[in-house]
Structures are given as C-alpha cells and as structure tokens.
Design a protein around this ligand. Structure first.
Ligand code: UD1
Ligand code: CA
Length: 488
C-alpha cells in the first residue's frame, strides 16, 4: 500500500461525554495505561502527518495538557460550544485554513483503532482517487450513523441514529467515525453543512452527501474488525474496550514468547515491555514503563508500576512502584517496593518487607518483617527478622549505610543517620543509635535479669505456677534458693 503521508489528521475531542457521568472529560478516561485520547493520538502520529490537530472544548485545559504531553507538536483548536462534529471541523478550517492533500478525521473516543487501519483507509482513499472515503463496519449498528446505499450499492449518505426511518434503522452497515477527505473539498463543503436534523447540530457526516451531490466520488472501506471502531460513550463500553485492548496486548506478548498463565486475570499496559521466556502469573498487573527481562517470573498476585525486573528474577505477591529488581533477585511473597528501591543481583527481599528509596546490595538478604527506608545495604549482608531502619525523626529523613557482609541481628532498630561498617554485627533486639565500626558487635539493650521463683510467689494457683512447681520438684535437691543472678 502507498506510504503517502496525510497532510493532516484531525482528532475531535471537544464533547463532554455526558453518558460517562464523570467530572473528567470523556476522552481522558484511561484504559491499558493511556487515556482514550492518548491511544487515538498514538495511532494518528504513526502515520506521520504534516499536522496533527486536536479540537478541544469541554474540559479544554485538561484535554490540552494531555495533548501537549502526548504529542507536543500537535495543534490545538478550541471549539467554544459543542455544536456538532461538523462544527468542530469548521472551527479547524477557520483557525488553520485549508489543508491541501489527504486529511484524516477521527474521533477521540475510538481508542481501539489501529494505526494500520488508518493507514489502509488513507491508502484506499488515494488509490481510488476518492473525494472522501468512510471507514464503515458491520454488526449491531444501534447508536451509530447508518450507511445508506442506492440500488446499485453506491454510497448515498449517512443518516444518524436519531434521524433514521424504520427502514434505515435495519441497515447493518454503520459509520465508524473515521474518514479520509480531500482537504480542499472538505474545507469547502464544511461551510455548507446545516443544522437541519433532530439534534440541531452540524453533522460532519453531512459533508459526504454534499461532496457526492457536487459530483465527486465517495468510497467506503469496511473495517476488518468491528471491535476496533467501537466508539466509547459510557463506562460499560469503556470496560469492554479495556478487556479487548488487554486481550490484544496479551496476545502480542504470548506470540513474542512470553508465558501468560491466566490471560483472564492479567492486565498489561501498552507501555510495558516483556522479553521472551518471561512468565507472568495470574492476578498480575503490569503498568507504565515496567520492563520484564527474559526468564523472570512475575506473579501470581503482583502489581508492578514503572518497575524493571532483571533476568531470571522471581517476584511473587508483591507491589512495586518505580523500583529496580536485579537479575536473579527474589522478591516476596508479600513485599512492597516503593519508589527508588533497587534490589541488586541475587538479593532477596522476603515476606512483609517494605523498602523505600534504598539499595539492597547484590546477594544481600532482607527475609522477614522489615522496614528499609533511605538505606544502602552492602553486598551479602543479612538483615535479621523484624529490623527497622528508623529514617524519620519526626522532622527530617536521614540515611543509613550498612557495609558489606554485615549481620544485623533480629529486631534491631537502626536509628539514622548511621553507618554500620563492613563485616560488623549488631546484637538482636538492639536500638543502634551510633555508628558501628567495621568488625565490631554493636549491642544496645538492657541486660536480662531473672527473678528466680517469682511466678510461684506472685501467681499462686495459676497453670504457670503449677508448671513451675513441677519443674522445681523434678530438679535434683538443692540447698537454699540461689541468689538472684544476671542471666548473661
Ligand atoms: C458519531 C457519528 C456517527 C458515528 C459515530 C461513531 C456524527 C454526526 N455522527 O456519532 O455517524 O456512527 O460517531 O462512533 O459525526 N465532538 C466534538 N465536538 C462536537 C461534538 C462531538 O469535538 O461538537 C467529538 C466528541 O468529543 C467525540 C466525537 O466528536 O469524541 C464524536 O462525538 P459523539 O457525540 O460521540 O458522536 P456520536 O453520536 O457517537
Ligand atoms: Ca461516540
């Protein structure tokens, strides 16, 4: 097919979308990691048009911001009042003049539309030498404009759902809302569209009849996949579109060599990348700029946002945001990696562990019940169960540095700012408030004192007291009770 670039792609996105019942403009609702409008813009820019124009109106500030983020070079035209799709295109021609060449027009509420389909529409349009070409679809036409043809099958006009006669209602071919026009003819015909219809709107669809009556040739292209041209008007249609797009994304990755155990419960954004031989388990969502390397196993039960997972790493029942997981590392079950967390090669973050803005060095282990905040843990160090990196003094955050091959005893509190040198130890249950030099044992806790016979004296008649008596009776006979002694 010809690769001719369109002079312009116009995206209409000024409508409110009342059927969404939402504070946000309809086209800003998201599916699979992008707004509806974002998907449409991504497809449009793949055609590399000379100009990409977006009409905004309802929620124009928010919608313009989204356009600027997605396609900074796009032109934005404001439609003050939403007087119809034809009026929207008229606002573009009034603001920007005539585009010479092929102009594609599409709507901001068609997120499933593929760039290939737009390209095929443009190619058929120029190969046939049409003045205008409509992308149509077949199936349940309820709600859509119907394609009216003459006895010979030639295109006559599009009649809107709200204007159909009973006979026209039965037509099974409908307007997708995507068109290719000759730019000069469009600019002329758009001025002649009236509001003579049941919605008192300027319909873009009327341009086709006007151009045909002028004696020009109108063509149609049937969409291969009707699902692709679904217009989203409410949240039920949005959910269906999300499901369909997700299926498309998962199929792409499975065909590229990724194992997806349960596609029904796996959700992957369009922006995610996954290498062959990675495995994605059930109940898993991969979002944003997440990247999964070959041989990694993610899931069941993971939510990963903007997270890189290295080759052969294992991530199980974890929530990870803006984190990096090195090759061969293991995370979870039940771990939470917050932004700025880097788990290096072959390191392990285990169960009920939360990590924030910290590095877990290569081969280091943080296996159980720990909070690591604003810390750097060296290679091969072991962090005992229940360790807390106390990074916040109520006013400011402070950092902790733990060297290589360190052993942090269970239930240690490391009160930042703090440095624990290479090869140092801390005793279990210590509240470490000062640096521990390399190779030292840091111990910071009260000494244990055993008050002999306390239970029998103070808890007479309890099961504990009875057990203590039995244990004492079983001991070899002694003289007087020994004096109380420190335990250590
Ligand atoms: C439109 C088509 C219909 C087609 C259907 C496909 C017309 C008159 N009808 O109907 O033939 O089958 O799409 O989904 O075009 N918009 C503006 N300014 C406006 C009005 C709408 O920018 O003044 C934008 C909306 O934001 C939306 C798009 O145009 O993204 C389509 O508008 P919508 O009201 O959804 O049109 P439909 O009634 O679905
Ligand atoms: Ca619509």
């Amino acid at each position: 097919m010809s690769g001719s670039r369109p002079a312009a792609v116009m995206v209409l996105a000024a409508g409110e979308g009342t059927r969404m019942k939402s504070r946000s403009p309809k086209v800003l609702h998201s599916l699979c990691g992008r707004t509806m409008l974002g998907h449409v813009l991504a497809a449009a820019r793949e055609l590399d048009p000379d100009e990409l124009v977006v009409v905004v109106g309802h929620g124009r500030d928010e919608v313009s911001t989204e356009v600027g983020e997605q396609v900074p070079q796009a032109r934005v035209v404001v439609q003050e009042e939403q007087l119809g799709t034809g009026h929207a295109v008229r606002m573009i021609t009034e603001a920007l003049g005539v585009f010479r060449g092929t102009v594609l027009v599409t709507y901001g509420d068609m997120p499933l539309l593929r760039a290939e389909t737009l390209r095929r529409l443009a190619a058929c349009h120029s190969e046939a030498g049409n003045a205008a070409t409509v992308l149509t679809a077949r199936g349940d036409a309820a709600g859509y404009g119907r394609i009216v043809r003459d006895a010979g099958g030639g295109f006559v006009r599009i009649v809107e759902d709200s204007d159909v006669t009973p006979a026209e209602r039965a037509i099974g071919e409908y307007n997708s809302g995507c068109y290719a026009f000759d730019g000069a003819l469009l600019a002329d015909a758009i001025k002649r569209v009236t509001t003579d219809n049941n919605q008192n709107q300027e319909y873009l669809t009327d341009v086709l009849e006007i151009v045909r009556r002028d004696g020009h040739q109108i063509g149609t292209v049937l969409a291969a996949d009707a699902a692709e041209v679904q217009g989203i008007n409410d949240r039920v249609q949005l959910a269906a579109a999300r499901r369909a797009l997700n299926d498309r994304i998962l199929e792409h990755w499975m065909r590229a060599g990724v194992t997806i155990a349960d596609p029904a419960s796996t959700w992957v954004d369009v922006t995610v990348t996954i290498e062959p031989d990675a495995e994605v388990g059930p109940q898993t969502q991969l979002q944003g700029q997440t990247a999964i390397a070959s041989g990694a196993r993610v899931g069941p039960g993971c939510l990963l946002e903007d997270t890189a997972v290295g080759a052969d790493a294992i991530v199980l029942h974890a929530v990870c945001r803006r984190a990096e997981i090195g090759a061969g590392a293991t995370v979870g079950p039940f771990a939470y990696l917050r932004p700025g967390s880097r788990v290096e090669q072959n390191a392990h973050v285990g169960t009920y562990v939360e990590v924030k803005n910290s590095v877990i060095g290569a081969g280091a282990k943080v296996p159980h019940l720990t909070y690591v905040g604003d810390a750097h843990i060296g290679e091969r160090s072991n962090i005992g169960a229940g360790t807390i990196f106390a990074n916040y003094d109520g006013v400011a955050k402070h950092r902790t540095t733990v060297g290589h091959d360190v052993f942090i005893g269970s239930d240690t509190v490391l009160v930042a700012p703090l440095t624990v040198g290479d090869g140092a130890y801390t005793a279990a249950g210590s509240a470490i408030t000062a640096d521990v030099p390399s190779g030292a044992l840091g111990i910071a806790r009260g000494r244990q004192h055993n008050s002999e016979g306390w239970v029998e004296r103070n808890r007479e008649g309890t099961r504990s007291a009875q057990a203590a008596s039995r244990a004492r009776a079983a001991l070899p006979t002694r003289g007087d009770d020994p004096p109380e002694t420190p335990a250590e």
